[in-house]
Design a protein around this ligand. Sequence first.
Ligand SMILES: [Zn+2]
Length: 304
Amino acid sequence: MDGITLKCNFSMVFGNGISNKITNMKYIFSLAAVLLAFVPVFSQNSDDPFEVYNVRNEEDGSAVVYAKNNYLCDESVYIKFTALKNMKADVELPFEGVVPAGAKEFKLFTLTIKDPLKGSQLGYITSYCHGDIYNTKHDDYAYTIPYKEGESYSIGQAYGGKFSHFMDGKTYAVDFTMKEGTPVCAARDGVVIFIKDDSDKHGKTMKYIDYGNYITIYHSDGTMADYFHIKKNGSKVKEGDRVEAGQVIALSGNTGWSSGPHLHFQVYTFDEDMEVKTIPTKFKQEDGKRVTLKNSKEGYKSVH
Ligand SMILES: [Zn+2]
């Protein structure tokens, strides 16, 4: 252990909605108003990974609303109508639902015409984010401490840490102090949905925030985990890979907004406003015990 004081700030990315991460990947919050008063058919026409579109039946004027989801994880979608004239939906509005990963033509609902002799109009705003925000009962999974079995590393900052883990979007995060190149293991089974490992820069100010490398893994309960600050070219997995708890996924590093080598780990989902909400988790210990990790010089042994 090198005893470096940790200053992990990467998750300002979450709290303040800054950095190119927003446009590139996870905090995508799309606003798309579609007005279709006289357009008979509107179907998917963009390269966006996620899209809500509708197909109108020219004969009776009804419309079926679909979604496509080219992300590797499920997407939660919220559709609010700004106009709905002479049409009714077969579901409750505003619409809330989850579109499975990879879905191409996922039917959300149908709108039918009330009075065929009158004109109709529809318009809506779509918001979406990664994971299942409508599943509020996140399970009581015992996570694997994310490094090799039997090893221990100091915890420089735990839940609610005074340096940066008290802020929104990173409240329930843990910083493990570890030398660059230490193998990082998956804390839970899941699918690798995002990887960035092309940076070798780090610094103590916020301007380095976009240089942080990371891996994001999507879990079966609709939550995700971030493994942050990993080494340049340090990923041992590919996007789309299924990983198991305990599997080596990366080598740790010191990239991004960080003043010393460490691994920042957090599990999160999004709340109803589609803001990042970190989730407190318990970690597996010997004899089936579970522990909440606290600041600790000697750290905790990882039990696989
Ligand atoms: Zn941290």
